[in-house]
Design a binder for this molecule. Structure first.
Ligand code: NAP
Length: 250
């Protein structure tokens, strides 16, 4: 890792980094020089494996458990990062779940679980890092939404509502924090091959993807790194960058 790496000396908190897209983002940010905080909910071994992989490549990382849908746990997480690293320069709000079901049969608990993590979790983490970022007069926040939040999807009213909410939250936060040197953007993946999508019937979906294949977590991570880095993305805020193989255009 060279001192000229774009994220050298920066601390990046990635929520839900034990698996899937979050894991790929953690590896990518670490390879750009950041010290990465690998947050997870329950997969301690997987999170430690991500930390070990980063260390083996010459990077720096540590794992911290927290359910980011819970206010006290989020505040504890951010406090722990500040105590250990002294700053939080980059926040990637990635943790997310699905609880799919057609609207008429959707259980209220499944509605709430998805909104609690996928939208309220983004709010809680962003609010918690705002004070340290304001003090630093510098910060990069990237929220992982979904093309489903832009188009809707039958069977995913809860998930699409949360992800559309993340878009509105991103635009509003970007406006609030712009004058303080903090940028806030979103990345909207299409169909990415992870545990989240492994149970879906992929055959039909391929026809809707102009590039003719699913995305890889690393391909989302590249877009996230770009938005997190200085100076490349310093003049970009309030944007939603789609990484979807052309699924949603225009
Ligand atoms: P995934 O493979 O299922 O991984 C989810 C990650 O979130 C895991 O690291 C998990 O930790 C963590 N997590 C779950 N509940 C949590 C909680 N309460 N607190 C903290 N962390 C929690 O999912 P993915 O496909 O990588 O998705 C990552 C993000 O991309 C999500 O926001 C998702 O909505 C979005 N996205 C995904 C796709 C796609 O096609 N895959 C498309 C668009 C958007 P544990 O391992 O500890 O459970």
């Amino acid at each position: 890792m060279t001192a000229t790496a774009p994220l050298a000396g920066r601390t990046a908190l990635v929520t839900g980094a034990s698996r899937g897209i979050g894991r790929a983002v953690a590896l990518e940010l670490a390879s750009s020089g950041a010290t990465v905080v690998v947050n997870y909910a329950s997969s301690a071994a997987a999170a430690e494996a991500v930390v070990a992989e980063i260390a083996a490549a010459g990077g720096q990382a540590y794992a911290l458990q927290a359910d980011v849908s819970q206010e006290e746990q989020v505040d504890g997480l951010v406090t722990a990062v500040l105590e250990r690293s002294g700053s939080i320069d980059v926040l990637i709000n990635n943790a997310g779940i699905t609880r799919d079901g057609l609207l008429m049969r959707l259980k209220t608990e499944d509605w709430r679980a998805v909104l609690d993590l996928n939208l309220t979790g983004v709010f809680l983490c962003t609010r918690a890092v705002t004070r340290p970022m304001l003090k630093q007069k510098r910060g990069r926040i990237v929220n992982i939404t979904s093309v489903v939040g832009l188009t809707g999807n039958a069977g995913q009213t809860n998930y699409a509502a949360a992800k559309a909410g993340v878009v509105g939250f991103t635009l509003s936060t970007a406006r609030e924090l712009a004058s303080r040197g903090i940028t806030v953007n979103a990345v909207a993946p299409g169909f990415i091959a992870t545990d989240m999508t492994s149970h879906l019937n992929a055959e039909g979906l391929l026809n809707a993807i102009p590039l003719g294949r699913y995305g890889e977590p690393a391909e989302v991570a590249g877009a996230v790194r770009f938005l997190a880095a200085d100076p490349a993305a310093a003049y970009i805020t309030g944007q939603v960058l789609q990484v979807d193989g052309g699924m949603v255009m225009g």
